[in-house]
Design a protein around this ligand. Structure first.
Ligand code: ATP
Ligand code: MG
Length: 606
């Protein structure tokens, strides 16, 4: 006789983590300590989220830990979320666990499908996956509304919740403050059956928004204001993007979140510090539901870390939404936005955001991270990979007047440069030099400022990868603006040929030939805000908007860029790193965005 399939999950099993772990931090220490004492080893997993009975029918949870990333789909994700994603998915990966992507969609008014899709895109693009084999761990909190209702009814029946019919103003006024204890509601001690009936009527849609609420019955004198009978359900006659018009009562976030974690078997519920004061309620609620046998033991635990504050940006979805809706930027994915979609369009790579997240680490106290740290991570990853190219961003013509005599009329001289200076295997790029070239306007001065070693009458410079030239003069228009710069080519000075260094120069400039240069639009971005902390201490962040944070330049690029595809990234020598725009770029009409400047570089537009 074969042994019967156990109806109750039993036994224990762990799987070893994979590769060596990154540097430790307090989150890793907590997880390692929990794992070493098998704190979560006895949990069962019913194959899908569910209550205690559902999980009991399952198998021992094959995931050693479960974390989650729980965005509210009320906007696009930003760089702070990227930190949280890297953290939660990274910890699950490192400890043989699973990370769930959960839409915390308990707030019907502000959420929609566009945001859901954008969030999925962003997490995927960062390289994370919520699949574990065949199982997709993508969940929606709104799928748990039935259980939440049941949990609320249980709390009422057990004397832990009541329907309060005070007005919102009365509830607020009776809450007290840090010095004064709250005042009990006159409805606090009403019979449980009466609360049950009212709650059922609320659910049936018999009352308008705000007429009454369901409150947990804890302690109106608690020093923690969050335990003074917090509201757990409210009436909202609103259509929900997932559940439609099925519900007219919705759980409060603080009630919903611990339940979502418990149903999903989350072990470590990692959130930002502002939820620290909510932790006692998180624990209180899960203890009550454990007493009622509704959820599985042991319950998840909430652990707080310091949110990312990044200088020169705002990271509140509400404020980002305002920038979009008021037209200060061209959309959620505008390259000036600190959204993941914006950073991507700006040229950021997933790798650069992983590096950033690792470098800033996690801590228990709030601090500001300098925007340059983020830029540094991008520069570092691009420097290793980005193909080099020459581009002239603010073009003015340069004519080599002795070209015909020295090189031959109509002759085009082939020049070569490495695709990547530290990686000879990537080969060479080639382009032509001719009599007429484009150079950057700022590479010429009629009267040189102190320390200026580039083109001015009488001075010699090297055209990068080409010959040394000597500037003779420039043509000007009536306003005195330079129209054309003139120079002579010095024979036998071509870069890479014997004796090319015989003439010493102090300056090297980049250029593109008129003959094979390709016109391109270059979008030059500056920071969106002037202030390092645009929204600190209640300031109106819009007042700190930088007026000219986007400048559109008509540039010329070298011919090797002619087959650049959307999202290819390059270093334009001397200028910075650029990305072919993922929306507007085409080979026929190239569009490049400034990703980040070169470190300590001369900035032609400063
Ligand atoms: P916002 O105020 O911009 O709407 P939020 O925290 O309300 O942000 P959620 O969608 O609720 O946004 O966040 C999903 C997860 O991302 C949460 O676990 C939250 O703690 C985390 N998160 C949000 N902002 C940051 C940040 N700046 N740094 C680190 N983690 C963050
Ligand atoms: Mg939120």
């Amino acid at each position: 006789m074969s042994s019967p399939t156990p109806s109750v999950c039993q036994g224990g099993g762990t799987q070893p983590p994979g590769k060596p772990l990154p540097p430790s931090n307090f989150l890793r220490q907590i997880i390692e300590s929990d794992l070493s004492r098998n704190a979560y080893a006895q949990r069962c997993w019913g194959g899908t989220p569910g209550d205690a009975a559902h999980h009991r029918r399952g198998v021992l949870d094959p995931a050693r830990i479960r974390t989650r990333f729980p965005p509210e789909p009320n906007g696009y994700l930003h760089v702070g979320h990227a930190k949280s994603i890297c953290l939660n998915f990274g910890l699950a990966r490192d400890y043989g666990g699973v990370c769930h992507l959960r839409f915390d969609d308990t707030n019907p008014e502000r959420e929609n499908q566009e945001y859901v899709d954008a969030i999925i895109d962003a997490v995927r693009w960062l390289g994370f996956d919520w699949h574990d084999g065949e199982t997709s761990h993508l969940y929606q909190a709104s799928d748990y509304f039935d259980f939440m209702l049941r949990a609320a009814e249980y709390l009422i029946d057990a004397g832990h919740a009541y329907v309060d019919e005070q007005t919102p103003e009365q509830i607020r006024a009776h809450r007290g403050d840090f010095e004064t204890p709250g005042v009990n509601s006159p409805f606090r001690d009403r019979p449980q059956a009466e609360s049950r009936q009212r709650f059922a009527d609320m659910r049936q849609g018999m009352y308008p928004d705000g007429a009454m609420v369901l409150r947990a019955r804890i302690d109106m004198a608690s020093p923690n204001l969050n335990l003074r009978d917090p509201v757990i359900y409210r009436i909202r006659h609103a259509t929900h993007h997932n559940t439609g018009d099925r519900w007219c009562i919705y759980p409060m976030y603080t009630f919903a979140h611990p339940i979502e974690d418990a149903l999903e078997n989350i072990t470590h519920s990692i959130c930002t510090l502002e939820f620290e004061d909510q932790r006692p309620f998180y624990d209180w609620l899960l203890e009550r539901l454990l007493e009622g046998g509704l959820i599985q033991a042991p319950p998840p635990k909430q652990i707080e870390f310091a949110r990312l504050n990044l200088s020169f940006v705002v990271t509140s979805k509400r404020k980002l939404a305002q920038l979009v809706s008021q037209g200060h930027v061209q959309g959620w994915d505008d390259p000036r936005m600190p959204t993941i979609a914006g950073l991507r369009r700006r040229g950021y790579t997933p790798e650069s955001l992983h590096l950033f997240s690792e470098r800033i680490g996690v801590s228990k106290s709030d601090s500001w991270i300098d925007y340059q740290t983020l830029e540094g991570c991008l520069r570092e990853t691009l420097d290793r990979n980005a193909q080099r190219a020459m581009a002239v961003l603010d073009p003015v013509e340069l004519v080599l007047d002795n070209w015909d005599e020295v090189m031959g009329t109509g002759f085009l001289d082939e020049c070569h440069a490495p695709v990547h200076p530290h990686d000879p295997e990537r080969g060479q790029r080639s382009f032509k030099m001719g009599k007429e070239l484009w150079i950057d306007r700022s590479d010429y001065q009629d009267t040189p400022a102190k320390g200026f070693f580039r083109l001015f009458p009488g001075n010699k410079v090297r055209l990068k990868y080409g010959h040394v030239i000597e500037c003779t003069h420039a043509d000007h228009d009536e306003q005195g603006q330079v129209l054309r710069v003139h120079a002579r080519l010095l024979p036998d000075t071509k870069s890479g040929t014997a004796g090319s260094n015989a003439v010493k120069v102090k300056g090297v400039i980049t250029w593109v030939a008129r003959a094979d240069g390709i016109p391109a639009e270059v979008r030059w971005y500056d920071r969106l805000f002037r202030d390092a902390q645009p929204d600190a201490s209640g300031k109106d962040f819009l007042e700190s908007l930088q007026p000219n944070s986007l400048r559109v330049l008509s540039a010329f690029i070298e011919p090797s860029l002619g087959n650049a595809r959307k999202e290819n990234r390059f270093q334009f020598e001397r200028h910075g790193y650029f990305v072919a725009d993922r929306i507007d770029h085409t080979p026929e009409r190239p569009v490049f965005n400034l990703a980040v400047g070169l470190k300590d570089s001369w900035n032609p537009h400063a």
